[in-house]
Design a protein around this ligand. Sequence first.
Ligand code: FMN
Length: 195
Amino acid sequence: MELKCLALACSPRKDGNTALLAGRALAACQTAGCKTEFLYLADYRYAPCRACGGCYATGRCIVKDDAGLIFDKILVADCLILAAPIFSMGICAQAKMFIDRAQQFWAAKYVLGKSVIAEKERPARRGILISCAGTTLSGVFDGAIRVVKYFFKMLEINLIATLCYAGVDKKGDILKNPAALEEVYNLGRELSGIK
Ligand SMILES: Cc1cc2nc3c(=O)[nH]c(=O)nc-3n(C[C@H](O)[C@H](O)[C@H](O)COP(=O)(O)O)c2cc1C
């Protein structure tokens, strides 16, 4: 069975550190024979959650914008690579705004008692978080990891690893860290089912 692997790069900086790492992990998935897709969140237009409660009736958001398109891709993916940098000591706003729109899946699960993933014969969905921060401050990734754990739980994706690199600031700095590049590549292989 061909696995579908999706990378969602959330930084507004294209070809930045987190995007480069996401691309590396996805390349491993492709080499392993998976169907792959790479998305920049910055290429899509979506509003923040308005807390209107519209999703409580059906489990899907009533706001029709690009968030729905991206969630449709996530729902059919077997593997999700979420890449987002640290801005102001938390996950970047672009990612957080998108994650808030996943409230519809919280509503589906906990208000309506519905499963988010219908096709139970598919293998368990798996994913990883990739992040970079300019500083090496202790705890700099803690908030982002907590948010992403919650996000993956809502989407019924097992978070198999959080790959976070501190002290990586300028665009492309991560390329000076071959151990990080190797680590994300290996995790991409693991996502594809190769140990
Ligand atoms: C608006 C903004 C806020 C940032 N805030 C932090 C921060 O609070 N702590 C930190 O360690 N790095 C911070 N950074 C640095 C980024 O985390 C770092 O440059 C990272 O490598 C960016 O990843 P990217 O190239 O994928 O965008 C900030 C960068 C920007 C643009």
